[in-house]
Design a binder for this molecule. Structure first.
Ligand code: HMH
Length: 207
């Protein structure tokens, strides 16, 4: 089982994770400002959680994956600077409570260190690949949202996703059947969390 196999086996789930009216609204400019602001604040806290989870995963990662994971940590810390700047220029307070869709996703990521490594690296890859696919579908994006589309459609980000995919591919090749099952489950959960995140940003946090 390769990362590509996961994408083709779970095509419908992946479409729901990466296609959403939120993204169509980013593309054509009809997205309500309020939904975008909600996404921005929640995604800031999501990235803070992802950075912590990835740091824990790096601590136990095989030697061959140290550089890709460490470079990702630096990029995430820089992304947080950028989120802080974007929120500031939009007069948005980042001091908002986490919505369940975001806190449950972060809780899942922070629990990954207890999973076998193939599941950890598959989840990290799926998480970034989801953003690459989702924002690519919104390209080039309405002018007010273009900077965001560019971030996740940039070749440097695509390259990072490709490197994570190669790492996940190695780990899956070496995995036992039990580890493969854990990796597939982690992939599915990431896809489900991604679609719930768009839904939360689009409709509001209440469930
Ligand atoms: C919800 N998924 C979500 N936010 C992100 N910033 C990424 C993935 C990519 O880092």
């Amino acid at each position: 089982m390769s990362p590509q196999d996961l994408l083709s086996r779970h095509r419908d789930l992946w479409d729901r994770a990466t296609r959403h009216p939120f993204l169509e609204g980013v593309r054509d400019g009809t997205l309500p400002q309020e939904a975008f602001s909600r996404w921005l604040v929640q995604d800031y806290w999501f990235v803070r959680g992802l950075l912590q989870a990835q740091a824990q995963i790096l601590a136990g990662a095989p030697r061959r994956d140290q550089k890709v994971l460490a470079s990702g940590l630096l990029a995430l810390a820089e992304e947080l600077d950028w989120f802080e700047g974007s929120a500031g220029s939009r007069n948005l307070s980042l001091d908002e409570p986490l919505q369940p869709a975001a806190s449950e996703y972060v809780g899942f990521l922070r629990g990954l260190f207890r999973e076998p490594y193939p599941a950890q690296i598959t989840a990290l890859w799926a998480c970034e690949r989801a953003y690459r696919d989702a924002w690519s579908a919104a390209a080039p994006g309405a002018p007010q949202y273009r900077e965001f589309v560019e971030r996740w459609t940039h070749p440097a980000f695509a390259d990072y996703v490709t490197r994570l995919e190669a790492s996940a591919g190695y780990a899956l090749q070496e995995a036992s059947s039990c580890e493969l099952a854990a990796a597939e489950q982690a992939f599915r959960r990431v896809a489900e969390f991604e679609s719930a995140f768009w839904e939360m940003a689009w409709r509001g946090g209440q469930r």
